[in-house]
Write a protein that binds this ligand. Structure first.
Ligand code: HEM
Length: 410
């Protein structure tokens, strides 16, 4: 491949099928497991398209999640990336341990694994059901049509993660706004850094308050760790920032985009609405996670030692991008992959990533989505899109895919 032939990444989704990975990405997957792509800042990392190869890279200790590692592919999309490299790598925002390597990553992740264990998430199911029921009551009492994102998809996971962390929900406008800026890949670097700073100062202040008056929440648990000398206050605040962002952004997008995908597939929506079987609901959630794969911009890694990916030698200091959306549509694993089929066994999807960084909050997210998908369409059977799908503001510019607004009526 000559220099000019290297395709640009990210690629655009086709307007008429906003749930599918870009057609160009599909073609690349058909052509082979790995290829070079060009980013807006001129970097040319490797792009891995196959499901097995992506899993192999994500579980390889010779690749790094640290944005300061040489070759780490720049995640930003466009505005300030015109090839002038004006954002030094070390200034890119660090969001808790998600962008760290072991052993530091493992040390910090261990501090918060217990509250996200499957049993603990299951124990939250009744509280989550109440949050969902209350949000639906409030929505039904409000204007019709309304924006489902504002009225339901954002409040539900924000309330759940606020309660778990011990963050006052009354501050939701503040943390939702700053999170939105941080995950937007198209904002100026200074704006993103300011968003990170705002949330870090806020969480540091909360940790300070919990030191004086601990409660029965995750942040108070971290205070215990600080007092035992296992953690610094700054690390606790960083972990808080990561959990607060990851805990509401992702799930909110799954709720809104999942609802839109179901509107577009009424037979599948009916299947979910008409069933009381928790197994049917659990399967539906896995399939929606596979089909939508909302962290569409691709996992990013830097290679620390010479390795081979899909038969291709990749050198230390080169970057790798792993778009899970295309891996989840790999026909070798999921027959007829572009069809939303809530009855298929989609459990092997990698919507929660793979390897040491695999989503810490996945059992909580599963419970939230199961409660939402099994309640919303039953309680409001006439729920429908109020408007034209092609005019919806899709989040092409964000690290997490979804819709900024979803007008609905009932
Ligand atoms: C449907 C919702 C969710 C999706 C699709 C999702 C997806 C992901 C993915 C793909 C990763 C891997 C990142 C990587 O390899 O670089 C990840 C990591 C992570 N997620 Fe989630 N997530 C969701 C919900 C949540 C929730 C509710 C929480 C709760 C706080 C959470 C917390 C985290 C954390 C802390 C990490 C970093 C793990 C690590 O680096 O060890 N996520 N998530």
């Amino acid at each position: 491949m000559t220099d000019q032939e290297i395709p640009a990444y990210p690629m655009e989704r086709a307007v008429k099928c906003p749930f599918d990975p870009p057609p160009e990405l599909k073609t690349l997957q058909e052509e082979g497991p790995i290829t070079k792509v060009r980013l807006a800042d001129g970097q040319t990392p490797w792009l891995v398209t196959g499901y097995d190869d992506q899993r192999a890279v994500l579980s390889d200790p010779r690749v790094s999640s640290d944005t300061a590692s040489p070759g780490y592919p720049n995640p930003a999309v466009a505005k300030d990336y015109e090839g002038d490299g004006d954002e030094p790598q070390e200034q890119r925002p660090k969001i808790g341990f998600i962008l760290m390597d072991d052993p530091e990553h493992a040390r910090l992740r261990r501090m918060v694994t217990a509250p996200f264990a499957i049993k603990r998430s299951e124990a939250r199911r009744p509280a989550i059901q109440k949050i969902v029921d209350d949000a639906i009551d409030a929505m039904l009492a409000g204007p019709n049509p309304t924006d489902l994102v504002e009225a339901f998809a954002l409040p539900v996971p924000s309330l759940v993660i606020s309660e778990l962390l011990g963050v006052p929900y009354a501050d939701h406008d503040f943390f939702q706004e700053n999170s939105k800026v941080i995950v937007n890949l198209d904002v100026a670097p200074e704006e993103r850094t300011a968003g990170m700073r705002n949330l870090t100062v806020y969480l540091d202040d909360l940790v300070g308050q919990k030191m004086k008056a601990p409660g029965d929440d995750l942040l108070s648990g971290l205070v215990g760790r600080i007092q035992a000398g296992d953690l610094t206050r700054a690390e606790a605040a960083q972990i808080g920032v990561l959990l607060l962002i990851a805990g509401h952004e992702t799930t909110a997008n799954m709720i809104a985009l999942g609802t839109l995908a179901l509107f577009e597939n009424p037979d599948q929506l009916a299947l979910l609405r008409d069933s009381d079987n928790p197994v049917v609901v659990a399967k539906a959630v896995e399939e929606l996670l596979r089909y939508l794969h909302i962290t569409h911009n691709g996992r990013r890694r830097a290679v620390l030692e010479d390795i081979e990916i899909g038969g291709q030698p990749v050198k230390a200091g080169e970057g790798v991008i792993l778009p899970g959306d295309i891996a989840n549509r790999d026909p070798r694993l999921f027959p007829d992959p572009d069809r939303l089929d809530l009855t298929r066994d989609a459990r092997r999807h990698i919507a929660f990533g793979f390897g040491v960084h695999q989503c810490l909050g996945q059992s909580l997210a599963r419970v939230e989505l199961q409660v939402v998908y099994s309640t919303l369409y039953k309680r409001i059977p006439t729920l429908a899109l109020a408007g034209d799908l092609r005019e919806l503001p899709f989040k092409h510019d964000a690290a997490v895919y979804g819709v900024y607004e979803l007008p609905v009526t009932w």
